[in-house]
Ligand binder design. Structure first.
Ligand SMILES: *[C@@H]1O[C@H](CO)[C@@H](O)[C@H](O)[C@H]1NC(C)=O
Ligand SMILES: *[C@@H]1O[C@H](CO)[C@@H](O)[C@H](O)[C@H]1NC(C)=O
Ligand SMILES: *[C@@H]1O[C@H](CO)[C@@H](O)[C@H](O)[C@H]1NC(C)=O
Ligand SMILES: *[C@@H]1O[C@H](CO)[C@@H](O)[C@H](O)[C@H]1NC(C)=O
Ligand SMILES: *[C@@H]1O[C@H](CO)[C@@H](O)[C@H](O)[C@H]1NC(C)=O
Ligand SMILES: *[C@@H]1O[C@H](CO)[C@@H](O)[C@H](O)[C@H]1NC(C)=O
Ligand SMILES: *[C@@H]1O[C@H](CO)[C@@H](O)[C@H](O)[C@H]1NC(C)=O
Length: 359
């Protein structure tokens, strides 16, 4: 009997998911989806963060905690139709204890669903996931997508694990994680891989000599690009050819360096590297990049030549980056190299497809 009840309940959720989402589709507004949100219990994680010029850390933290006030006002002022929120880095990936991490992920997802519930026309969500156990992560992803209407997950690089010595980092590029990727593909949702700060002693070993490089200037891309290239070289996209990963900040620099990466990795085939194709192929088929915090016109043009314009999607990285900065780039720079149809695809059309907003 219990089986029947569970079955009926899950078909009900499946049915409610196929109902089209109602969102504020103006036909021209932008869609942004690397946009951070936090809760008071985790706001201390922002202590590592350097706020934008002319902003205090207190203002940045207030922006992270807000949904309906200044965030929505900036969206209206800068023409953002729809924003997908996710928990500010490192979020659950910074919680070493697996039980704490998985209960925190569930309560964060419930809280985010609650906070956006009265304005799902403007706000959607990516799940926070505890990644200690791939089966636990898969179950929470399934719950948030089928029951809360979430659009995928955002994971802040590797999962901190083990004891307080911080010597255990879990990466998702090993075969043990196939059960997670299988669920991602089954649910047909994207997973956004976002950077995180390294805890000591890794951060001290790497950056004590040059502390200003901690965070977005250098540490983020160098750490996360290694993880993304780990997914490639360990064959994750060969085992899951329909998997979609999103990388921010114009692909964490990888598409700027594909010639050398592919050339050097071709030499590793004889050493037993499981990767079947090359990194260019995965960026053309599996990995998308967004413009979050990196409105670099010449780089966007170059990346379009390497991976195709259809692989590049708009996002802001609010509140670390202002929506006004993104809007100025869309208004002043984008029309100098994209026609209207291409610009619409970049700022909204591709996101509508990838996030399945009209399905
Ligand atoms: C910061 O504030 C100063 C003084 O108001 C102003 O001149 C400057 O343009 C501002 N910088 C940015 C990046 O907004
Ligand atoms: C829809 O989004 C635009 C920004 O693109 C905003 O100006 C407008 O007020 C929004 N409408 C509703 C009903 O939220
Ligand atoms: C869980 O982790 C959070 C974030 O590190 C911490 O604030 C909280 O005290 C932990 N809770 C428990 C029960 O250990
Ligand atoms: C949603 O609820 C928040 C918090 O109560 C409120 O500030 C906001 O105005 C509400 N939005 C809508 C569209 O009702
Ligand atoms: C482990 O990382 C935490 C921050 O996440 C830090 O407070 C602690 O000192 C680190 N432990 C060691 C042994 O460096
Ligand atoms: C990938 O998706 C396509 C189109 O939905 C489907 O036909 C194909 O069977 C999928 N491939 C795998 C390996 O699941
Ligand atoms: C990458 O692989 C594709 C086919 O999958 C091939 O056409 C292309 O030449 C390769 N690029 C490099 C640099 O090896």
């Amino acid at each position: 009997m219990a089986h029947v009840g569970v079955f009926l309940l899950s078909s009900l959720f499946a049915a409610s998911r196929v109902r089209a989402r109602v969102w504020n589709n103006t036909g021209v507004g932008a869609i942004a989806f690397e946009e951070a949100w936090s809760v008071p219990e985790l706001i201390h994680q922002a202590d590592f963060t350097v706020p934008p010029v002319n902003q205090t850390l207190a203002e940045l933290e207030a922006n992270l905690l807000d949904v309906h006030d200044q965030r929505l006002a900036h969206m209206d002022a800068t023409g953002i139709d729809f924003m997908v929120l996710s928990c500010a880095s490192p979020c659950v990936q910074g919680i070493t204890d697996p039980t704490n991490a998985s209960t925190t992920a569930i309560s964060l997802n419930d809280e985010l669903a609650r906070q956006i519930s009265n304005n799902t026309q403007r706000f959607g969500a990516f799940a926070a996931l505890a990644m200690h156990d791939p089966a636990v992560a898969a179950a929470e992803l399934r719950r948030t997508v089928t029951q809360l209407g979430f659009l995928g997950a955002l994971i802040n690089d590797y999962q901190q694990a083990g004891d307080a010595s911080n010597e255990t980092f879990i990466f998702y590029d090993q075969p043990e994680f196939d059960v997670f990727w299988e669920t991602v593909v089954d649910l047909d949702v994207p997973v956004y891989l976002h950077p995180r700060v390294n805890p000591p002693p890794v951060s001290t070993l790497l950056f004590d000599h040059a502390k200003f490089l901690i965070g977005p200037a250098q540490e983020f891309a160098s750490t996360l690009s290694t993880h993304i290239l780990g997914l490639c070289t360990n064959g994750v996209f060969d085992r899951f050819p329909n998997l979609t990963i999103i990388s921010g900040h114009l692909g964490e620099r990888i598409p700027s360096d594909l010639v050398r990466i592919d050339d050097q990795l071709a030499r590793q085939v004889v050493a037993g590297m499981p990767m079947q194709k090359n990194v260019t192929f995965y960026f053309q088929n599996n990995i998308l990049e967004t413009t979050s915090g990196n409105f670099a016109t010449d780089l966007v043009k170059f990346h379009a030549s390497q991976i195709g314009l259809a692989r590049i999607l708009y996002s802001v990285d609010y509140p670390y980056v202002t929506m006004e900065e993104g809007a100025a780039w869309l208004d002043d720079e984008v029309p100098t190299f994209l026609d209207n149809e291409q610009a619409l695809a970049l700022k909204r059309g591709r996101a509508i497809e990838v996030l399945k907003l009209n399905k």
